[in-house]
Ligand binder design. Structure first.
Ligand code: FDA
Length: 311
């Protein structure tokens, strides 16, 4: 049942026509606000101030993927550069995450590289993470990272590995060899069993093994998960191998397990929160609902409760 619901939600996440309908609906917007820090930069900056006040840095993400033309890609690039300027001007503890399809990868690879380089040039010391998208982009993303981005920008740029993919262990070894910065995630997209582990157990076991490899030999890896068991596993491994808190960071998504984020920070571990914002929240929201369909009931419940209170 859960698997069917997950597939349906992921299928819906790719339907722009559904988004047009959902976007105009105030209820759905309210729905989104639990996972998205508002629709513009000001709301995201306000959220960043609040999170930074807890001694937790963020990674800002302007929502949007798979743009249709070069003008839209340029707009996303310029908005990201404006975001970097704002982070610097307000002295925030924040870096940024971007997606190559948002920079034009579906239109022209060279265009996506040019836009990404413009962002990296403007970042001047602020770290830029290239998010990983669906499996059809993985090979190209890694190739562009290896050939164009990492050699030119080194530690100022990093990439993401999804442990649900069967290829991920080999990719982790290659990234360790290149001393590149990796964020480790389970993977948020719907993938066929030919290339991805269909069972959660395998994805989790893979996560534990790859996290250990990155902790032992990686370059300041980001352990991005809300999975408490895996987090405890990582902590136990770090302690056993005398790997200090300065060697890696935990990462979690805005609005998910805030209790755990604060608890880990309180225990002295580095924690970063991924803060998505912008008008293009629909696919992101649907992926979050697919991860935990109980969220649908949770959000409906809280929206209804607030509605009742207001009456
Ligand atoms: P899992 O899904 O097993 O959940 C473990 C527990 O965490 C759940 O039992 C629940 O308690 C809690 N939880 C998880 N998801 C929740 C939700 N939506 N709402 C409420 N509780 C939830 N993916 C990708 O493909 N490319 C990328 O670039 C990124 N980037 C990224 C950055 C960061 C900082 C994070 C934390 C995650 C990503 N992801 C991602 C998403 C990732 O692939 C994965 O889909 C989610 O993190 C959910 O998986 P967990 O590791 O949390 O485990």
């Amino acid at each position: 049942m859960h698997i069917m619901l997950r597939s349906s939600l992921l299928w819906l996440s790719e339907r722009q026509s559904v988004f047009s309908f959902v976007k105009s609906n105030g209820f759905a917007r309210k729905f989104a606000s639990r996972f998205v820090a508002g629709e513009n930069l000001d709301t995201a900056i306000a959220a960043t101030h609040e999170i930074n006040a807890k001694d937790i840095p963020v990674s800002l993400d302007l929502l949007g993927e798979s743009v249709a033309n070069p003008t839209e890609a340029a707009r996303a690039r310029d908005a990201t550069i404006a975001m970097l300027d704002r982070v610097r001007a307000e002295g925030l503890a924040a870096n940024v995450s971007i997606k190559l399809t948002q920079m034009g990868l579906d239109i022209d690879e060279a265009l996506a590289v040019r836009n990404t380089r413009a962002i990296l040039d403007a970042a001047r010391g602020i770290f830029v993470r290239i998010d990983m998208e669906a499996s059809s982009y993985v090979e190209r993303t890694l190739r562009l990272f290896y050939d164009e981005l990492h050699p030119a920008y080194g530690d100022a740029v990093g990439v993401v590995i999804q442990t649900m993919l069967r290829r991920s262990a080999a990719d982790v070894e290659e990234l360790i060899r290149r001393k590149a910065r990796v964020r480790l995630v389970k993977g948020a997209y719907k993938e066929p069993a030919t290339i991805a582990f269909p069972g959660k157990k395998d994805v989790d076991a893979q996560y534990a093994a790859e996290a250990q490899r990155l902790l032992a030999d990686g370059n300041y890896p980001a352990i991005a998960t809300h999975d408490e068991q895996l987090i405890q596993h990582v902590i136990a491994y770090a302690k056993a191998k005398a790997i200090g808190p300065e060697r890696f960071e935990f990462q979690m998504l805005y609005g998910i397990r805030r209790d755990l984020q604060e608890q880990l920070r309180g225990d002295g571990w580095n924690v970063r929160v991924y803060v998505p914002f912008g008008t293009e929240w629909y696919p992101y929201l649907m992926r979050r609902l697919a991860e935990r369909p109980a969220n649908i009931a949770f959000i409906v419940g809280s929206v209804v409760k607030e509605g009742v209170r207001r009456k």
